[in-house]
Write a protein that binds this ligand. Structure first.
Ligand code: BGC
Length: 422
């Protein structure tokens, strides 16, 4: 295998999430928060004044989108299924909505795309949120029941399942920094939520494996961030980088690897994964004294002009290699389940893609068992608290007509996939 070639069978695709693309996910807590925002203040809570609304109308246009993805050389898609559609009221499961997702998966399969499916991607049904959401330890059993229903229902269509997308984002952005609903800023509650996401992952993993009627692989999708002290010589910056890493990265890794939650052993947690998904976007330079570590945007004066995307995130490709090696040490196959750049400058997007794929290749050379890469995202979509003003798509979506227009990087990516090489 040459230095630019990927292993045979390497799986190439892109990712989306239900609330961000489907449209009218009216029964989840994000929708409710967006609507509350409109009632509370002009422009609402979402930064650009938008709400998810019709999103990309993927709920109705999925087959056309799958055709486009296949034309763009994709071999797989990572989607999520919307819990609040399937279980709109506690304990009431809507078979018609499950059937919708059967059609979504069948459409992918007919177009030669491997479906990989996330069970929980940021959104809770309103009923679950009213009962405390992630602060309620019952989330684990609710999600396990939903997972069993979905995995059994989608049957042999899906072989690669993801339990929770970025389980540390709810604790961090929802309960520590107050940026995502329910917009709490309380480290004690954030820790409760972190513990509950880990326990819910364990419950989903077990339920999905038990419900499967065929061979499946199940794992979590971790948001991995590369933290460094802004000033490597500062003990305070170092301490902040370490504590940020411990919370955002190591909390979950240690749970999976050692079976501990905040240093306490928990039954059946260790090894509760067949695969690991890694979402990687950025380096964060930690500067003691600045509150919002996850978005500090601190700079090192001596370093050349940094690469920053529309989110204000620092692009740092080598962080991906390091995170993949770290996830790889858990001893199971790893997938890059998300990586991408929010920009309207497609030259930068192409450069970003190559730079990161080189690092994936590097991690494989150094021994990480990386099996696939999913670009975030197939198309521009509703970027949570930022709205529609962030452009992560390989495909642009006209907000008036919802027309899809592939960007130049989509064709570059298609050629990379065809060659299985960069
Ligand atoms: C999430 C996506 C999100 C993307 C860009 C990840 O945190 O899984 O839903 O759109 O990153 O922010």
């Amino acid at each position: 295998m040459s230095a630019r070639t990927f292993p045979p069978g390497f799986l190439w695709g892109s990712a989306t999430a239900a609330h961000q693309v489907e449209g009218n996910c009216t029964r989840n807590h994000w929708w409710e928060w967006e609507q509350e925002g409109l009632r509370q203040r002009p422009g609402g809570y979402v930064r650009d004044g938008s709400v998810s609304g019709i999103a990309c109308d993927y709920y109705h246009r999925f087959d056309d989108d799958h055709r486009l993805a296949a034309e763009l050389g994709h071999q797989a898609l990572r989607i999520s299924i919307e819990w609040s559609r399937i279980e709109p009221e506690r304990g009431r499961f809507d078979e018609a909505e499950l059937d919708h997702y059967r059609r979504v998966c069948d459409s992918m399969l007919q177009r030669g795309l491997v479906p990989t499916v996330t069970l929980h991607h940021f959104t809770n049904p309103i009923w679950a949120q009213r009962e405390g959401g992630w602060e309620n330890p019952e989330m684990a059993s609710w999600l396990a029941r939903f997972a069993a229903y979905a995995v059994r229902g989608l049957g042999g269509r899906v072989k690669l399942w993801w339990t929770i997308n970025e389980p540390m984002i709810a604790p961090a952005l929802g309960y520590m920094f107050g940026m995502h609903p329910p917009c709490v800023r309380d480290p004690v509650r954030a820790l409760v939520v972190a513990r509950n996401t880990l326990l819910a992952h364990r419950a989903i993993y077990r339920a999905a494996r038990e419900a499967a009627t065929h061979t499946v692989e199940v794992g979590p999708v971790l948001a991995m961030i590369h933290f460094e002290p802004l000033d490597p010589g500062s003990a305070a910056d170092q301490a902040l980088a370490q504590s940020s890493d411990r919370f955002m990265n190591e909390f979950f890794l240690a749970g999976l690897r050692d079976g501990v939650v905040a240093d306490e052993p928990v039954d059946a947690l260790q090894g509760s994964y067949d695969v690991i998904g890694v979402n990687y976007y950025m380096r964060v330079l930690c500067e003691a004294g600045r509150g919002d570590v996850a978005i500090s945007g601190a700079r090192r004066a001596a370093e050349p002009e940094r690469w920053v995307d529309e989110m204000g995130w620092e692009v740092f490709p080598d962080g991906l290699r390091r995170c993949l090696l770290r996830a790889g040490r858990l001893g199971k196959p790893v997938y890059v389940t998300e990586n991408g750049m929010a920009t309207l400058d497609d030259t930068a997007r192409t450069e970003h893609l190559y730079a990161h794929l080189e690092k994936v290749r590097g991690a494989i050379d150094e021994g990480a068992d990386v099996r696939g890469y999913f670009y975030w995202s197939l198309m521009d979509n509703f970027e949570w608290a930022e709205g529609y003003s962030r452009h992560f798509g390989l495909v642009a979506v006209d907000r008036q007509t919802l027309e899809r227009r592939p960007r130049p990087t989509a064709f570059v990516y298609r050629d990379i996939i065809r060659a299985n090489a960069i």
